[in-house]
Design a protein around this ligand. Structure first.
Ligand code: ADP
Ligand code: MG
Length: 682
């Protein structure tokens, strides 16, 4: 592959600059797509020029002079004429033009038209007709991402030459029948047209093809990865009628239809030939916990070990509490592995795990890290996945085990994300809610309406209900002027809600205090719980009917929906009050969305739309290859097509060894190999 320094127009200096843009080979350069385009194609007769136009003209130089500014900068002045009239031209700092224009007076010019007595153009782009091709004017002109030291003109010229000399280094990797079926342009043609399009339509065709490629390679990578994982299962876990009965006997309720669907998928995974790697999506409160427990117990019934991981210690506590209750009196041995428990206790716990005298461990991600060893970890549940990065998934792999994995997210993932970021997981959606769930009314409360809200809270508490008040931060921040939870706690408990029991919960409390606060609230001793974001996920207290969120504008929509999901779990009518005075229209739009959109999926889509894809994609951490042309939101149909095609091909030919797939395999390794750790596709 040709290094950039051997490209025409690139010396050592420019090659260093190109490398700083991440371009090291000719092929990289060919895939350095324009950021946008300027339409410089319609030639305008000089007579028709108006002040303020951006125009391309074609004419002949009739006179040219040079001079210097007072600062000593060279100035070239010229006059150009076509059949309709004449125009003045001025360039600063480009003295070489003086000679060029005299030698080759026929040219295209592109620039802004202004008037200083006569009409003129200052520093117009020039292209001499004598030179063989039109690059900078008289066409749709590409504008590139560049860096100091490389101008648009230089970059354009480099691309032009690279296309001419190295364009044939791009190898078509899409099977031809696929290309025909999807009506996709030929790769070389697409690369040529994305840089120097003949028409807008050609450019759009090129973009479609190259965007498809980005999705297609990503999805093919995910498909290969998934396929590889699917070869690795050592042991199956058939769920017999007896096992099923024993598990269900533990549940205090009938599963909902949505839960039954999920259980069916899980049972099929466990009994099937491939390891489970499934994402369970369900709105907040849809009842994911028992589904997870079913999965864990099914594996434990086969004498495997299971782990249930939550994103925070508080949520791990809650899970431990729930699980212990459901399993009380059973033979399942449960361990709560928490941070900060003392060296001696920890050592004992770890020994139990390794020795196999524990069946189920509950904790945070620390459970699969560092010195923790299992005798036989065979089932893993990662709850509330949005809190876990892709990193933890990677850490899992390093453990060396290949457990059955269930990932559960309470924040419904927009379709675009589940097709890309989580694209190698199987998906299950829990539809519907357990019976008796009351819809939550959401209101956005402005400053002036606070007193009224407080009266409402008191009335609720007098009626026996409980209230959450959530703050985004725990300490006073001078910059942000956020009233801290601590301070508010004092204010609320001492003044506003004197006579009610008010509790405080935040991440910096010691473990014991935290547990005490949660316990008090769970048991109804505490009527109003002032809390930071630690309660964001998973806390389940049916008697709580009001959720107040302070500085609601500082939370993400998904987070707000999470918070709202903490209430409406009991038989009572519930309300979520979003306190906030956002300044921006966007901020107002976001709170308004919360008032009207009831369902997490809608909110997730809105959130993604308002915040833009950039936040999710293109970030290094996400482990995603960069999408340069493709936009997963705007191009969703294309993404879906590419995914279908890629998965179909990999299904037929998992190692991409067929003759017709070799170019695809090479492209995959070349473009995504490192990122998706696909170096060993074969
Ligand atoms: P999430 O999906 O948000 O994790 P949980 O698993 O915490 O939801 O369940 C929310 C509440 O619904 C819990 O109180 C749980 O006991 C209850 N629940 C779950 N499934 C059912 C069911 N099938 N019938 C009645 N209540 C249920
Ligand atoms: Mg949950």
């Amino acid at each position: 592959m040709t290094p950039v320094r051997y490209l025409k127009g690139v010396g050592p200096g420019r090659s260093a600059l190109l490398e700083s843009l991440g371009l090291t080979t000719a092929l990289d350069v060919l895939h350095h797509y324009p950021r946008r385009y300027e339409d410089r194609q319609n030639l305008c007769p000089i007579r028709n020029l108006k002040e303020g136009d951006q125009a391309t003209i074609c004419g002949q130089i009739t006179s040219v002079t040079r001079a210097r500014t007072r600062g000593g900068k060279p100035i070239v002045r010229a006059r150009v004429a076509d059949e309709s009239g004449t125009l003045d031209l001025i360039w600063f700092g480009r003295s070489y033009l003086y000679r060029n224009l005299r030698k080759e007076p026929e040219l295209y010019l592109f620039g802004g038209v202004r008037r200083d007595g006569r009409l003129q153009m200052i520093n117009p782009e020039v292209e001499q007709i004598g030179s063989d091709e039109s690059i900078h004017t008289n066409r749709i002109v590409p504008i590139y991402p560049v860096t100091a030291g490389i101008s648009q003109r230089v970059m354009r010229k480099i691309l032009w030459c690279a296309l001419e000399r190295h364009g044939n280094q791009t190898v078509e990797f899409l099977p031809s029948d696929l290309r025909r079926e999807r009506r996709l342009a030929d790769l070389r043609e697409a690369i040529a047209q994305i840089h120097f399009p003949d028409t807008d339509r050609d450019r759009e065709e090129a973009r479609r093809r190259l965007a498809f490629d980005e999705f297609f390679l990503l999805e093919a990578g995910l498909a290969v990865r998934r396929g590889r994982r699917r070869r690795s299962k050592k042991r199956r876990f058939p769920v017999t009628a007896e096992i099923d009965r024993r598990i269900r006997r533990r549940f205090p309720f009938q599963l909902t239809e949505g839960q039954e669907d999920a259980v069916r998928d899980i049972v099929a995974d466990l009994a099937g030939p491939f390891s489970t790697y499934r994402l369970i999506q369900g709105d907040v409160g849809s009842g994911k916990t028992v589904v997870a427990l079913y999965f864990l117990l099914a594996v434990i019934a086969h004498k495997g070990q299971g782990a249930l991981m939550a994103p925070t210690e508080a949520l791990a506590d809650q899970h431990y509490h729930t699980v212990s209750q459901i399993l009380s009196g059973s033979r399942v041995r449960i361990l709560r592995l928490a941070g900060g428990q003392g060296a001696k206790k920890r050592k004992e716990d770890l020994q139990k795990l390794e020795g196999g005298s524990v069946d189920l461990v509950v904790g945070t991600h620390a459970v699969i890290q560092g010195d923790v060893r299992f005798r036989r970890l065979e089932a893993l549940v990662i709850d509330e996945q949005h809190k876990f990065g892709v990193l933890q998934r990677a850490a899992l792999k390093e453990k060396g085990d290949e457990p059955e994995v269930l990932v559960m997210t309470a924040t419904p993932i927009p379709r675009t994300l589940s097709l890309t970021l989580y694209g190698d997981l199987d998906l299950t959606l829990i539809r519907g809610m357990p019976p008796g769930r009351k819809p939550v009314t959401t209101r956005w409360v402005r400053r002036a309406q606070r007193a009224e809200s407080y009266r409402f809270l008191k009335a609720e508490m007098k009626a026996g209900r409980q209230v959450f008040v959530v703050y985004p931060l725990i300490e006073e921040s001078k910059d942000l002027q956020i009233r801290s939870a601590v301070k508010m706690y004092e204010e609320l408990s001492g003044e506003v809600f004197a006579g009610f029991t008010v509790g405080l919960l935040h991440g910096r409390l010691g473990r014991e205090e935290r547990e005490k606060a949660l316990k008090g609230f769970r048991e109804g001793v505490i009527q109003l719980l002032v809390s930071t974001i630690v309660i964001e996920v998973g806390i389940d207290i049916p008697n709580a009917s009001v959720m107040v969120v302070e500085h609601a504008e500082r939370f993400g929509l998904a987070q707000l929906h999470q918070l709202r999901g903490r209430i409406g779990r009991g038989p009572h009518k519930s309300a979520c009050l979003l306190f906030g005075d956002p300044k921006t229209p966007q901020g107002k739009e976001r709170l308004a969305v919360m008032e009207t959109a009831p369902d997490g999926f809608q909110i997730a889509e809105e959130d993604l739309r308002i915040r833009g894809a950039g936040e999710f994609f293109g970030t290094r951490q996400s482990g995603m290859p960069p999408l340069r042309l493709a936009d997963p939101i705007r191009d969703l149909p294309l993404l879906e097509e590419a995914r279908r095609d890629a998965f179909r091909i990999v299904e037929l030919d998992p190692r991409l060894q067929r003759e017709e797939h070799l170019p695809l395999r090479r492209a995959l390794i070349h473009r995504l190999g490192e990122r998706l750790s696909l170096a060993d596709v074969g």
